[in-house]
Design a protein around this ligand. Structure first.
Ligand code: SER
Length: 242
């Protein structure tokens, strides 16, 4: 699939599931707390915080991003860029964990046809519910669901703001290395493709978490990363997108 087809396939999958396709917002955000748009969720921050009512309960976008918080990785890895596009599906107080996981798995394995035995998932260490959904409803073996700490699996868009535990789908380039030692930090073997955030808290300057009015979903799939995997090229720079 070309990058363009991957983008269209993602947006159409969620449009068929009652998500409104919205255009990418500007890279220069309206939000005064950040310099640039770092993620697909940024334009929706006021909705997550209950400051604005959504026009639709579900949305899907391909958002242009500059991830300032990853900038020191650019040029050192095969998968970080200054500029990239993030595909996302969003629920504003509508569906939550179970549905986000089910659709996430469906699009990756049935629509993009990645073999399940090439995929590993991670969950926030305290999120037994996400672990259970992956294990019991999706059928992932327990040893292929990694529990990870706050740095990896608790998503925050900045020091303050909407946040929550997340669950990520990784692709395994080298399944022949076996499951005995799965180290998701090993980027010669794994690449994170899709992050599902269970957006349910607001973090204040003191670091306190207050539950948001609604339970929301914010997801992000790296378009160039998915293109790397589906096009079978060794890094993002060799995809048709770049
Ligand atoms: N906000 C999350 C991220 O950027 C999911 O979209 O990874």
């Amino acid at each position: 699939l070309s990058g363009r087809e991957i983008r269209e396939t993602f947006l159409n999958f969620f449009a068929a599931r009652q998500h409104h396709i919205l255009p990418s917002a500007s890279l220069v955000p309206e939000d005064p707390t950040v310099l640039l748009t770092i993620a697909g969720m940024l334009p929706f921050k006021p909705i997550f915080l209950g400051q604005r009512s959504p026009d639709f309960p579900r949305a899907t976008t391909s958002q242009k991003c500059i991830r300032t918080n990853d900038i020191e990785n650019v040029g050192r890895t095969a998968r970080h860029h200054t500029f990239f596009e993030m595909l996302g599906n969003f629920s504003f107080g509508d569906y939550f964990k179970e549905q986000a996981i089910a659709w996430g798995w469906e699009i990756v394995t049935k629509v993009f046809s990645l073999p399940p035995d090439r995929l590993i998932v991670s969950v926030f260490e305290q999120d037994d519910e996400a672990f259970q959904i992956w294990h019991e409803q999706v059928g992932i073996p327990a040893h292929r669901i990694q529990r990870m700490g706050e740095d990896d699996n608790f998503w925050v868009s900045g020091p303050t703001g909407p946040c929550g535990p997340c669950s990520e789908i990784y692709y395994d380039f080298h399944p022949e290395q076996g499951d005995a030692t799965i180290d998701l930090e090993d980027d010669s073997r794994f690449i994170e493709l899709y992050n599902l955030v269970f957006m349910q808290y607001n973090r204040d300057v003191a670091g306190n978490l207050t539950p948001l009015q609604n339970q929301n979903i914010d997801t992000g799939m790296g378009l160039e990363r998915m293109a790397q995997v589906l096009q079978g090229v060794p890094n993002n720079y060799e995809t048709d997108l770049i």
